[in-house]
Design a protein around this ligand. Sequence first.
Ligand code: ADP
Length: 451
Amino acid sequence: MKRITSIKTRITIWYTSLMFVLIVVVLSLVGGLSYQLSTDSIEKDVILQVTQVTEKLSKMQRDVFDLVDSNEEFKNVSIYEANGKYIVGQYIYDIVNIPFEEGVPRRESIDGKEYIVYDTKTPSPPGIGGGFWIRGVESVNSTMLLGRSAVIIMLILIPVILLFTALGGYYITKRAFRPVNNIVKTANDISHQKDITRRIEIASDSKEDELHHLSVTLNNMLDKIENLIIQEKQFTSDASHELRTPISVILAQGEYLLDIAKDEKEKELAQTIVDKANQVSKLVSRLLLLARIDQHRQTFNKDKIDLGVLVDIAVDGMKELAAQKEILLFANVPEGTIVDADESLLLSAITNLISNGIKYGKEAGHVSVSASKLGDGTEIVVADNGAGISEEHIDKIWTRFYRVDDVRNDEYGSSGLGLPMVKSIIELHGGEITAKSSIGHGTEFRIVLKD
Ligand code: ADP
C-alpha cells in the first residue's frame, strides 16, 4: 500500500478518526444513559400509581374503582380479582395472561413490544374474599423508538459532521502549512535558478507561530550566506585585481631577461619565468572575468556579429598551437550567419573551446567549428577527435578549478577555469552550452544562442 506522505493528510485522517470514535462513544454513552433514566422514571411512575391505588383500596375507598376507570392520573393501573379476573382499568394492553408477581417491577414482552409491569396485592378485606391484584403496566416502546430514531439521526449526522470536520481541518492545516510550501518553493528556486537573493515569502498577516519563526530564521540565514558569497566574490575580484600589476611587471621583466640572456641556461630560466607569468596572468584574467560576471559588473555590448568572421579570427589565432601537434583546424560557418553577441566575449569563449580541442586532442587529429541556424537561434559546435572525457567527469567539467586529470593537465598549464568561464559567457548571453564526449573518440561542445 502506498504510504501517505503528506503531513496534512495524516493529521486530517488522525483527528477525523479520533472525532469518529469520540462521537460514537459519547453518543452511545448519552443514548444508553438517557434510555436507562427514562425507563427508570417510567418504572417509578408505574410503582407510584399502583401504590396509590393499593393504599386507597386498603383504606376501603370505594371511589377508587371510578378513579382507575377514568382518571388520567391512574391510566396505567388496573384492578383484578384475587383469582386474576379483570375488574377495571384504562389501558389497552393485552397482558391479562401474564402471571401476577407481588412487588417485583419487571419487563415483559408482548407481541414484540416491551412493557414494565408491577403488581401488588391488597389484603383480603372482610366480606369481599381474596382481596385484589393491582397491576401497573406501561409501555417502554416510545423510549425505544426514540432511541432508534436517535441512532438513525446519528448515522446520518456522523458522516456529515465528519465530512465538515475533515474539510475544515484540512483547510486549516493547509493554511497553517502554507509557510512550509513557501520554504520548499524558495529552496527549489535557489537550487534550480542558483539565485541566492530569493527569500521565503512571509505574508504580512501571518500569525507569529513556529513556522513563521522558522521562515524568518531561514531568511536571516540566507541573508548571511548571501553576504558571505558577496564578500567571497569581492575578495576574488579584489585579489585578482591586485595581482594584475605585479604579474605584468614580472612578465615584462621576464621578457627583458629573455632578450638579454647571455647563454642557453639564462634563456631557459627567463623562458620559464615568462611562461609561468603568462600562465598566472591568464588565470588572473579568467578569475577577474568570472568575478565580474558573478557580480553583474561585466560590461556587455551586444551587437550583430558575423559569426563566420569571428570564427575565422579564433581559428587563425590558434593555428600556431594546432600546428605544434599537427592538428587540422576546420571552420564551417554558412555565410551571413549573424548572431547577437558581445564580440570579444564570444571570441574568447570560442577560442577557449578550440584551444581545449587542441590541448586535449590527439597528434595529427582535427578540431572543427561549425555553425547552423536553428528556428529561433544559432547553434555553434566545437568538436575534436581527441582523448574525450569519461562519463564520471563530464558533469563536473563546468565546476571552477575542476581538472579531469591533474598529471596530464599540468603539462598544459591548465587551471580548470576555462570551461566555467565559457559557460558564464554563454549564460550571460542568455544561451546554453552542453558537452558530449566519448573516451578515445573525442568531445563535442554545443552552444545555442537565442536570436
Ligand atoms: P583547463 O583550463 O584546465 O583546460 P577547462 O575548464 O577548460 O580547464 O577544462 C576542464 C577539464 O576538462 C580539463 O582539465 C580537461 O581535462 C577537460 N577538457 C576540457 N576540454 C576538453 C576536450 N576538448 N577534450 C578532453 N578533455 C577536455
